[in-house]
Design a protein around this ligand. Structure first.
Ligand code: ATP
Length: 680
């Protein structure tokens, strides 16, 4: 207690002396000005802390209502930021312009810990109330601020480090403040940059949301920045008058504020008209077209679109590809609607079925995150569609025009993974192709690299991959030449990577590098679009001339599908061949579907079970100890055992049925502790 008092006294004295003498510590101007406001304007005293103020529920509700569209636009971006920061001891906060917290994203434990300080929705953090602090000082200074522990005016907050940035509305006024408050002792340098990026995303969404009836015009002086966070964005009415602009638009056009642009026409800014831009954008499939600044030789690349609110906005052949999704970003409220967002209809590659709401939300997340150059890690059972999902994400990304290169780390012998990924020069090793080989990473330059079953990447290659991701350059085997490379990264795994990290089998730093965001894909049995998927796939497999009897459909709907969509495809393929144009009935379905074994509920599968075929009676004492498998592996193991039984333990036939190589299957069997007596 005594120590605490002494600390408070010392802190108070330091502030009062510095304010009185007008002392400036280098780089501390914003803090000094805030302390001075606290003492001279708000008449606060650092050794007389106040009880945190929290407004009542009704008042909070009415404030939230007034800022409903800002909260809607911020909610998703705040969650993404929280996931990116990957720290349980922090909160991402949004306040209104009076400093009242109107939205908060944090872990339950951290929320409970900081609630007594007033760090909760309804908490009032204006400077006048809480002294120098991230949110209040950002509002007072109308600028980004970072307030480290003892920079706070009151010692009760000196365990917190806060960074905050203003969020502007389309009229150029501050609409809210976005803040990250944590227990961290270190100020994370990149935090203000990340916060600034998030604020821009929110601002762009606000323009989309408030000007749904206007034509969006995207532009940048470099074509690759159109449709990114850095683009200039204008909302234009039918007559070509500018209604709103984002900060980047003002900056690129050399303007200071919205007042200089509001109600001016497109022709006043560029050497084009709205009609001309719309025409040219349509005929270029919404790829950026060249235009020039009015009265200047400055070149821009721009795209104009019909208003998002018009039902057939921007209909064009390109809508079959996911690039259309990018030109039509979906505001949050649409995403929450029970109907499928238009943008995501376009995300699906032509034959994939994506009607499950969770999957759609994930696609939308992946699409937005990858556009920010953030790696995506997909987690899902085998055959659940990770690669199909990754391709859909690529098709909807800014790199859609580049290649989509998939590498399955589990299907390659360990010795080949390195050359396959990094490439090699001619004659780099025995057996190398004479001409050398361009590795998959370089093939993905300008596009997307999908590393499936990343958990199977050997440890030493994990280090090399990490270096490529950090340095963005590759050195093919047998050379010293480094080549720059630019790709989006998606990885997939059915294994629990954090568990592998704990066991020392997967590098922790690589895991964090890959998991910019982690998305869990639902298993087929959990998907709400299971029925549609079954029918769509049957149509594709039978060329449209098979149908299901009600009984067969019920069996397929009830089956737990441990092998997921891949297993479904094989069942439908063989059933439609057997039915030969007739309706598929239960007779055409494998015994496995008619008498499904219960899904294993435990993560523990005794290895002995797997070896029951080979273990002589009475050998139990020598049997290996039970092996720990996670639930997904346990289910996988069960389905493989059933398939092996069905195919009389013929590994080649099982590999054929699963559409994988025998090598892959052997490695999988080995991993799942299934021993086969006669490896072929
Ligand atoms: N949404 C979908 N619509 C139609 N078919 C799909 C869909 N998702 C996956 N499939 C099909 O299911 C099979 C398995 O898909 P995919 O290879 O993407 O799964 P995966 O999770 O990557 O598998 P693995 O765990 O073996 O890497 C493929 O034949 C694919 O075409």
């Amino acid at each position: 207690m005594g120590t605490l008092l002494r600390e408070t006294d010392r802190h108070a004295e330091r502030i009062m002396v510095m304010v009185k003498n007008g002392t400036h510590e280098p780089g501390n101007d914003a803090i000094m000005r805030s302390w001075s406001r606290c003492v001279n304007e708000y008449r606060l005293h650092p050794d007389r802390p106040r009880t945190p103020s929290v407004i009542d529920r009704a008042a909070l509700e009415s404030r939230c209502e007034r800022k409903a569209d800002v909260i809607d636009c911020a909610r998703y971006e705040m969650t993404t930021l929280y996931q990116q920061l990957a720290d349980a001891d922090l909160a991402v906060l949004l306040t209104d312009t009076d400093g009242v917290i109107i939205h908060m994203v944090s872990s339950p434990a951290f929320s409970a810990e900081v609630a007594p300080l007033g760090l909760r929705t309804g908490g009032l953090w204006s400077e006048a109330e809480a002294g120098t602090n991230g949110m209040g000082t950002c509002i007072a200074a109308a600028a980004p601020v970072a307030i480290r522990r003892e920079d706070h005016f009151f010692t009760q907050f000196s365990n917190l480090t806060c960074s905050a940035v203003p969020v502007y509305d389309p009229s150029g006024e501050i609409a809210a403040v976005l803040d990250v408050s944590s227990r961290s002792k270190q100020m994370q340098q990149h935090l203000l940059v990340l916060l600034g990026m998030t604020a821009r995303m929110i601002e762009n969404r606000l323009i989309d949301q408030r000007f749904r009836n206007a034509h969006p015009l995207h532009f940048h002086s470099r074509p690759e920045f159109v449709y990114t966070l850095h683009e200039g964005k204008l909302a234009v009415d039918d007559e070509g008058h500018i209604l709103a602009a984002n900060r980047s638009a003002l900056f690129q056009l050399g303007l200071q504020s919205m007042d200089e642009i509001r109600s001016r026409r497109i022709e006043d800014l560029f050497q084009t008209s709205l009609e001309d831009m719309l025409q040219r954008s349509m005929s270029s499939s919404f790829h950026p077209v060249v235009t020039y600044r009015a009265n200047a030789a400055l070149r821009f690349f721009a795209v104009a679109r019909r208003p998002a609110s018009s039902a057939t906005a921007n209909v064009h052949p390109i809508s079959a590809t996911a690039a259309a999704a990018l030109v039509n970003p979906t505001p949050l409220p649409e995403r929450r609607s029970p109907h499928r967002p238009a943008a995501l209809r376009a995300v699906s590659p032509s034959r994939a079925t994506f009607k499950d709401q969770r999957l759609l939300a994930h696609l939308e997340t992946a699409r937005r995150v990858i556009a920010r150059q953030t790696p995506v890690l997909l987690w899902g059972e085998t055959g659940s569609g990770k690669e199909v999902f990754a391709r859909a994400t690529h098709d909807a990304s800014p790199h859609a025009d580049g290649a989509f290169v998939a590498v399955n780390c589990a299907s390659l012998p360990e010795t080949l993974i390195e050359s396959e990924l990094f490439g090699y020069r001619a004659g780099a090793f025995t057996g190398a192709q004479r001409s050398g080989r361009r590795g998959k990473i370089l093939q993905a330059d300008g596009g997307t690299l999908f590393l499936d079953e990343i958990a199977d990447m050997p440890l030493e290659l994990q280090a090399r991959l990490l270096r490529v991701l950090d340095e963005r350059q590759v050195t093919p085997l047998g050379t010293e030449d480094t080549q720059p490379v630019d790709f989006q990264l998606i990885s997939g795994s059915h294994q629990n990577l954090p568990a592998l990290v704990r066991e020392g089998r997967f590098r922790e730093d690589l895991y964090y590098r890959l998991a910019g965001i982690e998305l869990e894909l639902p298993a087929l049995r959990e998907r709400s679009d299971k029925r549609e998927l079954i029918h769509d796939m049957l149509k594709a497999e039978s060329g449209g001339d098979s149908r299901l009897s009600a009984d067969a459909e019920r069996l397929l709907m009830d089956y737990p599908w441990p092998g997921n969509i891949r297993q479904l495809r094989h069942v439908l393929r063989s059933a439609s061949a057997l039915a030969d144009g007739q309706a598929i009935t239960r007779e055409h379905l494998p015994a496995l579907i008619l008498h499904p074994a219960p899904m294993s509920a435990h993560a523990h599968v005794p290895a002995q079970v797997a070896m029951s075929c080979d273990t002589p009676a009475g050998a139990e004492e020598d049997a290996p100890q039970p092996v720990k498998l996670n639930p997904i592996q346990a289910n996988e193991r069960q389905v493989l055992l059933q398939m092996l039984e069905q195919h009389r333990w013929n590994v080649s036939n099982v590999a054929k049925a699963l559409d994988v190589s025998r090598n892959t299957l052997y490695r999988k069997l080995h991993k799942l502790h299934i021993e086969v007596s006669h490896p072929e």
